[in-house]
Design a protein around this ligand. Sequence first.
Ligand SMILES: [Ca+2]
Ligand SMILES: [Ca+2]
Length: 88
Amino acid sequence: MKTTKWLTAGGLAIALVVPGAVLAADAVAFNKTDANGDSMISMDELVSNPELHAQFRTLDRDGNGTLDRAEFERGLANATSTRAREAG
Ligand SMILES: [Ca+2]
Ligand SMILES: [Ca+2]
């Protein structure tokens, strides 16, 4: 089967797949957090993520009271690098 062959083609395929998987994970996190589906994360919706909720005012760069996708993903990146620092 063609798909299976491509997936087992080796290191190059893996190198291409992994960054895409990270982006997809961010998109899934955003959609999961955006409970009402308006493409904005409100403070209420962020209650499910205490780590980002605590930083809400900082992450809301334009001060409009909601996080758009870019603001949310910046928060995710910050949270990830913070965890990496604490682990290392
Ligand atoms: Ca929302
Ligand atoms: Ca905002």
